[in-house]
Design a protein around this ligand. Structure first.
Ligand code: PLP
Length: 436
C-alpha cells in the first residue's frame, strides 16, 4: 500500500510560488499544458530533477512520466548531456554564426532518416511545422493543407482547428485570432480515415499543397495508425501532386533510432522533428528532399530564419543524446521496460474492472477512460475526463506525475527502472480502485 500524502498540506511553498506566478504570468504558466485546469488544483512547481524523478518546491518527490512532454527519453539531467552542455557553455552559448556542431547533428539526423536529405534547425516544433507548410505551399504553388482532427502541430495559425494537446484539454475547437481566410485553408479529416482524406483531395482537385500527419498520433492520447493508413496517405499525396509531411516531433527517435517512417517503411517528402533531438534543450528541425529544401533561403526565396537557430548549447545536447540513443540495445531495452509497464496496466485494468483502455506504441502510453478502443479524436473525446482527473490526483498523491490531461501520452524514459515501474503499477492499481 502506497500511503497517499495529505493533499495540499505538503505543497505550501509550491502554492506560494504559484500565487505569485498567477499575478505576473498568464495563468501562472508559460505553456497552457502545464496548468492543471482539466484536473483541478494547482501545478506542481518544480525545483529539480534527476533520472526519472522530480522534486517540487516543497521537496516532495515524484516519478515523472511527462519527461518534458517527451523530450527527455534519457531522463532528467543525464550526466553525459550535462557534461556536453557545461563544456559548450564555457566556450560560448550563442554566436549567431555557423558551428561544426550543427553539421554533426544534421549528419546524424540524415543518417537515421534518409528522407531528410537536407535539414534546417529551428528552435521549436511550432516553427518546424509552420516552415514545412510554407515550403510545401511554395513548392506546389497551392494553398490548402489537410490535417487530421486531434493531431497537434504546434500553435501556428494554420494548425489550430480541431487540434489535439492543450486545445483538446481546454476544449478549444477553433482559436480566436486566426483570420477566417487563413483557417479556411486548413481542411480536417478524422484520423485513421484515409477515405475522408481522399474525399478532400477530390473536392479540392489540384489545390492541396500538403497533407500533414502525426504518423503515430500522441496529442489526443496515443492513437496508433491502422494498418495501411499511412501508405494510403502516401499514395494519395503522390497521386495528387501534394507533399506528405510527417510531423515526427514526438515520434522522431522515440520508438527506434529514426522515426515512425523508419518503422512503417513510408517515405514522406518533408519531416518535422523536435523534442528528443534537442536532448531537453530547445531544438527542432525540418528536413526533406534536397530539391524541396533548396527552395529555402538563402538558396531559394522561401524565407525562414532564427536568431538562436542551431544554438550551440542545444546542438551539443542533441549530439550527446544521439550518441547515447545509437548505442546497441538502447531501444530494445526501452521497449522491454515499456512493454512491462503496458502489460502491468492491462493487468491492473483487469483486476480493478476500471472502465478504461490502455494504448501503447513503444514507450508512449495512454490510459483512456473509455471502454471502447480509441482510434480517432471523436473516440478520444468520449472519454470520461472527470474520472481521468480523479485518477490523475490519486496518482499525484502517490507520488506519480502524469500529464495533467486525458489527451496526452505518458512517456517512459530509459531512466525509469523496473523498481520505479513496479511502484507506479502498484499506484495504478490503487488509484484505479479508488476512482472506479
Ligand atoms: C510538441 C509538438 C509540436 C510543437 O512543438 P513545440 O516545440 O511545442 O512548438 C508539434 N508537433 C507535434 C507532433 C508535437 O508533439
Amino acid at each position: 500500500m502506497i500511503s497517499p500524502r495529505s493533499k495540499e498540506a505538503g505543497r505550501s511553498r509550491s502554492h506560494e510560488i504559484f500565487r505569485r506566478a498567477t499575478d505576473v504570468l498568464v495563468g501562472g504558466v508559460n505553456s497552457p499544458v502545464r496548468a492543471f485546469r482539466a484536473v483541478g488544483g494547482e501545478p506542481i512547481v518544480v525545483d529539480r530533477a534527476a533520472g526519472a524523478r522530480l522534486w517540487d518546491a516543497d521537496g516532495n518527490e515524484y516519478i515523472d512520466y511527462v519527461c518534458s512532454w517527451g523530450a527527455l527519453i534519457l531522463g532528467h539531467a543525464h550526466p553525459k548531456i550535462v557534461q556536453a552542455i557545461t563544456e559548450q557553455a564555457r566556450r560560448g552559448t550563442s554566436y549567431g554564426m555557423p558551428t561544426e556542431l550543427e553539421v554533426e547533428l544534421a549528419l546524424r539526423i540524415r543518417k537515421a532518416l534518409p528522407s531528410c536529405e537536407k535539414v534546417r534547425f529551428v528552435s521549436s516544433g511550432t516553427e518546424a511545422t509552420m516552415s514545412a507548410v510554407r515550403l510545401a505551399r511554395a513548392a506546389t504553388g497551392r494553398d490548402l493543407i489537410i490535417k487530421f482532427e486531434g493531431c497537434y502541430h504546434g500553435h501556428s495559425d494554420s494548425f489550430l482547428s480541431e487540434a489535439g494537446s492543450g486545445l483538446a484539454t481546454l476544449g478549444i475547437a477553433a482559436c480566436p485570432g486566426v483570420p477566417k481566410a487563413l483557417a479556411e485553408l486548413t481542411l480536417n479529416a478524422p484520423y485513421n480515415d484515409a477515405a475522408a482524406a481522399e474525399k478532400l483531395f477530390d473536392l479540392h482537385r489540384n489545390k492541396i499543397a500538403a497533407l500533414i500527419v502525426e504518423p503515430v498520433a500522441a496529442n489526443m492520447g496515443v492513437v496508433s495508425p491502422k494498418p495501411g493508413f499511412l501508405q494510403a496517405l502516401r499514395d494519395l499525396c503522390t497521386r495528387n501532386g501534394a507533399l506528405l509531411i510527417f510531423d515526427e516531433v514526438i515520434t522522431g527517435f522515440r520508438m527506434c533510432y529514426g522515426g515512425a517512417q523508419t518503422l512503417f517503411g513510408i517515405t514522406p517528402d518533408l519531416t518535422t522533428l523536435g523534442k528528443i533531438i534537442g536532448g531537453g534543450l530547445p531544438v527542432a528541425a525540418y528536413g526533406g528532399r534536397r530539391d524541396l529544401m533548396d527552395r529555402v533561403a538563402p538558396l531559394g526565396p522561401v524565407y525562414q530564419a532564427g536568431t538562436l537557430s542551431g544554438n550551440p548549447l542545444a546542438m551539443s545536447a542533441g549530439i550527446a543524446s544521439f550518441d547515447l540513443l545509437a548505442a546497441p540495445g538502447f531501444y530494445e531495452s526501452l521497449e522491454v521496460r515499456a512493454k512491462r509497464f503496458g502489460e502491468g496496466i492491462v493487468a491492473a485494468l483487469g483486476e480493478t474492472g476500471a472502465p478504461a483502455t490502455a494504448v501503447r506504441a513503444g514507450s508512449l502510453l495512454t490510459l483512456f477512460f473509455s471502454r471502447e478502443p480509441v482510434t480517432d479524436y471523436a473516440g478520444a473525446k468520449k472519454c470520461d475526463t472527470r474520472r481521468f482527473a480523479e485518477f490523475f490526483r490519486a496518482m499525484l498523491d502517490r507520488g506519480i506525475f502524469l500529464a495533467p490531461s486525458q489527451f496526452e501520452a505518458l512517456f517512459v524514459s530509459a531512466a525509469h527502472t523496473d523498481a520505479e515501474i513496479d511502484h507506479t503499477l502498484a499506484a495504478f492499481c490503487e488509484s484505479l480502485a479508488t476512482t472506479s
